[in-house]
Design a protein around this ligand. Structure first.
Ligand code: ATP
Length: 456
């Protein structure tokens, strides 16, 4: 079932590549690290930004029925009472009486401590929200929470957005931002963190149309991952059964990815009825009704919520793209990223550090960097430089050689097929633009079409 590259990829390889090449570092590493908090390095920050930008472009800016917002991490404490998080955002915690290690009771298969075999305490409910204090006095009246999801920011602003943007149903409100959960068990690198980022949509629909829109959003989001290059055999939908659903939820499906440790949730799509707006309307005393101009009815819309994790997305894109093969008789590691999310789009590689080659290569580099993130590399052999770029997923290498001075042409090498083609420098930008335009990577489509390039 698993694709060839998932036979090659292990979490250890991903973690070590991420550290070596500057994708992800452990938070506060020089102090021994802080559990389940991570820092994104120079390449990681570009990758993460590209994923969020692609989501924002496709889900917000390209659609007539979506608007974006950005709400604060700290919210009125009543928000979390109304949303049910104070009462229900719990995990069952058990502690080993012998070694004091803590576990999530529902993750254990046996009634004893996995670390030392000791006896466990009875489970107690542990609220996963981080607390802090607002203002100088640390008393209960000053308690505020770090949000455990961005979603509540959309619900409490529902009326503000309707009034100010005059959106008609169906429409959605989207945001990306940090969330915090005091998870009992973390691990698997950036899969489960205590501080992470989400990309969430609340899509408001007329009651009675929720089934159609639920199906629409499950497909829309599943297909988005395919369009972004994730292999179909690494993705799966998991529909929640009735027993798993929250009491108000009408339906829920997870989009799962085949991580090296097994299938895991990448994104959840939930049909939540009018639960959230009802709760906030009752708790705040403010009407959150939608006034339907066509039917003259006033009602609370139903909502469909596609909720994705950015960090899990980064991990999925890294694992999906990871591959190993041989090039020129040498082993190479490649990240076969979709060009749209690749942190570096092209590398300029002069065959010599000397003039006049250096000036020509620099001028090409300066010209390209006004459009894209590009790297300039003039150290070590050309083979080594190709390997370095393959390993960080750069789709194109542009080699500037002595002949380039004579004929004003450069060699463009494509990462996946390693095909090389010579094109005029004057055609370079347009050629790269066409190739980087975000075409979906499906089998076969990444193969270099030399005819097409020659015409560019
Ligand atoms: P899980 O069952 O894995 O704990 P969840 O069902 O609680 O996840 P949701 O509340 O639906 O997750 O959150 C939506 C998305 O946010 C998840 O699909 C995931 O991508 C991301 N997410 C949730 N918790 C974490 C976490 N601790 N670290 C990283 N990403 C997370």
């Amino acid at each position: 079932m698993a694709e060839a590259n998932l036979n090659k990829v292990t979490m250890d390889k991903i973690v070590s590549l991420c550290r070596r090449r500057g994708f992800v570092f452990q938070s506060s590493e020089i102090y021994g690290g802080l559990a389940s908090c991570w820092d994104f390095g120079p390449l990681g920050v570009e990758l993460k930004r590209n994923i969020k930008d692609a989501w924002w472009k496709d889900m917000v800016q390209s659609r007539d029925d979506m608007v974006g917002i950005e709400t604060s991490i700290l919210m009125h404490p009543q928000v979390w009472v109304a949303s049910g998080h104070i009462k229900n955002f719990h995990d069952p915690l058990v502690e080993c009486k012998a070694c004091q290690k803590r576990w999530r009771a529902d993750e254990l298969t046996e009634q004893k401590c996995p670390a030392c075999g000791g006896e466990l305490t009875d489970p107690r409910q542990f609220n996963m929200m981080f607390k802090t204090f607002m203002g100088p006095v640390e008393d209960t009246a000053a308690v505020v929470y770090l949000r455990p999801e961005t979603a509540q920011g959309m619900f409490v602003n529902f009326q503000n957005v309707v009034t100010s943007s005059r959106k008609k149903l169906p429409f959605g409100i989207a945001q990306t931002g940090r969330s915090f959960r005091n998870e009992i068990t973390t691990g698997n690198f950036i899969f489960r963190d205590r501080e992470f980022e989400q990309m969430e949509i609340e899509y408001f629909v007329k009651p009675g149309t929720q089934e159609k829109w639920f199906e629409y959003w499950v497909n829309e989001r599943f297909n988005w991952y395919l369009k972004m290059g994730i292999k179909k055999e690494h993705l799966m939908l998991r529909q929640h059964c009735k027993e798993e659903l929250a009491h108000y939820a009408l339906a829920c499906s997870d989009i799962q990815f085949l991580f090296p440790m097994g299938w895991g949730e990448l994104e959840g799509v939930a049909s939540r009825g009018d639960y959230d707006l009802t709760q906030h309307s009752n708790a705040s005393g403010k009407t959150l009704n939608y006034n339907d101009d066509e039917t003259k009815e006033h009602y609370l819309p139903y909502v469909i919520e596609p909720s994705a994790g950015v960090d899990r997305g980064v991990l999925a894109f890294l694992c999906d793209a990871y591959d190993e093969d041989t090039a020129d008789g040498e082993e190479r590691v490649i990240l076969r990223f979709n060009p749209r999310i690749a942190p570096v789009k092209a590398a300029i590689l002069p065959l010599s550090k000397k003039e006049p080659l250096a000036s020509l290569a620099r001028s090409i580099f300066n010209d390209l960097r006004s459009n894209w993130v590009v790297q300039y590399d003039d150290t070590q052999s050309i083979g080594r430089r190709y390997r370095r770029q393959d390993e960080i997923g750069t789709p194109f290498c542009v080699t500037v050689d002595f002949q380039s001075i004579e004929d004003n042409q450069v060699t463009v090498r494509e990462r996946d097929s390693m095909t090389q083609i010579r094109i005029p420098i004057s055609a370079l930008k347009a050629t790269l633009a066409a190739k980087l335009a975000g075409e979906p990577i499906t089998e076969g489509s990444v193969a270099w079409k030399s005819g097409e390039i020659a015409q560019a």
